[in-house]
Design a protein around this ligand. Structure first.
Ligand code: SAH
Length: 497
């Protein structure tokens, strides 16, 4: 549409200053928007005159006044100014720093509505990216930004999202940057403000386990008492860059990791004494050295300053040793639900050969091993594989073996060596499975593939590859691992058709 010829615009509230772009609105113009969905980032999808403006904080079903911030040819961004009609799903966010902090995106959205939205988000990805057919489900009450997709009566069953009864204080891990704030350069620790590198000081995070909040408070206090310089991103000066706290929720054990800009932690003995005195459940103090100019939290060098190299936790009666650098799911209650679904979808009878690709510290592998003939886990981080082996032994599980390496290299080699698999489970990072791994899965022809995914778009992409290779996706269950955030975890099962 040529905006110059578009005639009257009923959505316009104030008259427009001169335009600097091809879109129908001008920067700083106030517009009235109908919000028809949420983006994958949790922004409201606002529509006016057939044009899309994204509005942080606006909810589906609302009509809002918003101020145009940025215009592009096809879409723009606007700031919420006034709610004209309010969604019945709108909540008053309980967290004091919600508006500034970038950690949660959906605290203004009713929890049940979030669960419905997450399911719809998975469906949208499956249909749009995966070109898959999803079975219609009348129980779904929330629309998405894409009303064009009409699900048919046949196809994949996408179950309601498995949510939490009490969706707060669920995180077992906090990893936050340290910096200086204000004129006095006072040491602060918290999350980056949305879209910036400004640190919002945080003492109490409602999605964190209390132990982790306590670690952050104690580390800040001790750092100030010992006059430790916070790291400055601009100059690369200062000592303390990040702090990570991890709690074994079942065992109560705590690990503190201090990430330093250099090998030396000034006043190390005082640090150890003060942390031990301040944190009764403390089992491990670890230092990680990161001197690089990067956003990545950890550097390559890790050493234990005090206590054990690992902390322990338990999931459904299986004990796990977790070292500082190993991946471990952050929401243990929902992890049990997720792994339970993965095991159910694997439909094991006790004789099967199972491959667990991207196995981390062997968590899913050991859940599977209780029901399988043998489980073979593969994972790229060598320390995680050491943990996995230790975890199998710790639980007296002798039908699980582990190998370190890229799944897309190790599993093709296993196949060449004659390995057979009845079930292959994959749980890749956000970027999804490597094409070489998908190709190998198709060649190995396991009866079932169970796909655990933290990113619905790469899940959909990879399911399409498996479907084209002869598999049929039967069911998908989203599991809410990250309440109040836009993240969506899901588990899918495919069978050989
Ligand atoms: N299944 C585990 C870990 C899932 S997270 C759990 O639930 O705890 C994804 C894991 O994939 C991480 O441990 C990461 O280190 C690993 N990874 C990333 N790229 C990989 C690759 N190419 N091959 C094997 N593992 C990889």
């Amino acid at each position: 549409m040529n905006p110059a010829k578009s005639g009257g615009r009923p959505a316009r509230v104030s008259s427009a200053p001169a335009k600097e772009h091809d879109g129908p609105f001008a920067k700083n113009e106030q517009v009235t928007l109908d919000v028809i969905g949420l983006t994958h980032d949790g922004e409201g999808v606002g529509r006016a005159d057939g044009f899309t403006l994204f509005v942080q904080g606006a909810l589906p079903g609302e009509q809002v006044n918003a101020r145009v911030m940025k215009m592009k040819k096809q879409y723009g961004y606007a700031r919420l100014e006034k709610l004209l009609t309010e969604s019945p799903d709108r909540l008053n966010p309980p967290c004091d720093i919600y508006k500034e902090c970038g950690g949660c995106q959906l605290q203004h959205f009713d929890y049940e509505a979030q669960l419905a939205w997450k399911r719809q988000h998975v469906i949208d990805n499956l249909t749009r990216i995966g070109k898959l057919t999803v079975r219609e489900n009348e129980g779904d009450r929330l629309g998405s930004a894409d009303f064009g997709v009409q699900a048919e009566r046949q196809g994949i069953v996408v179950h309601p999202t498995i949510g939490m009864d009490d969706p707060w204080r669920y995180r077992n891990k906090a990893a936050v940057p340290i910096g200086a704030a204000g004129e006095g350069g006072e040491l602060v620790a918290g999350f980056y403000a949305r879209g910036t590198h400004r640190i919002i000081d945080m003492d109490d995070c409602l999605i964190q386990h209390e132990h982790n909040d306590e670690v952050l408070r104690v580390v800040k206090r001790v750092a100030k008492e010992l006059r430790i310089q916070p790291y400055d991103e601009q100059t690369g000066q200062g000592v303390l860059r990040h702090v990570m706290a991890r709690t074994g929720v079942v065992t109560g054990e705590i690990m503190v990791v201090l990430v330093t800009n250099g090998k030396r932690l000034p006043r190390q003995p005082e640090w150890i004494e003060a942390l031990r005195a301040g944190l009764p459940g403390l089992k491990s103090i670890v230092q990680n050295v990161n001197t690089r100019d990067t956003n990545v939290i950890f550097g390559d060098e890790t050493r234990t300053l005090w206590g054990s190299d690992v902390i322990y936790d338990e999931l459904d009666g299986i004990r796990f040793a977790i070292s500082a650098r190993s991946f471990y799911q952050v929401n243990p209650a929902q992890t049990v639900a997720l792994y339970g679904k993965a095991v159910e979808y694997a439909a094991l009878t006790g004789n099967e050969n199972v491959i667990d690709a991207y196995c981390g510290i062997g968590t899913i592998s050991l859940f599977l091993a209780r029901k399988a003939g043998h489980v073979y886990g593969v994972e790229i981080v060598p320390e995680a594989i050491e943990d996995a082996k230790r975890n199998a032994a710790l639980n007296g599980i002798d039908n699980a073996t582990f190998e370190a390496g890229p799944a897309e290299v190790v599993i093709p080699r296993w196949r060449k060596e004659g390995a057979k698999a009845d079930v292959i489970v994959v749980d890749p990072p956000r970027k999804g499975c490597d094409p070489a791994l998908l190709e190998t899965i198709l060649q190995m022809e396991p009866e079932r593939v169970v796909y655990v995914s933290c990113n619905p778009s790469t899940l959909a992409r990879d399911l399409r590859v498996l479907e084209d290779g002869g598999y049929r996706t039967v069911e998908v269950t989203p599991v809410d691992m990250f309440p109040w955030t836009v993240h969506v975890e899901s588990v899918a099962v495919l069978v050989l058709d």
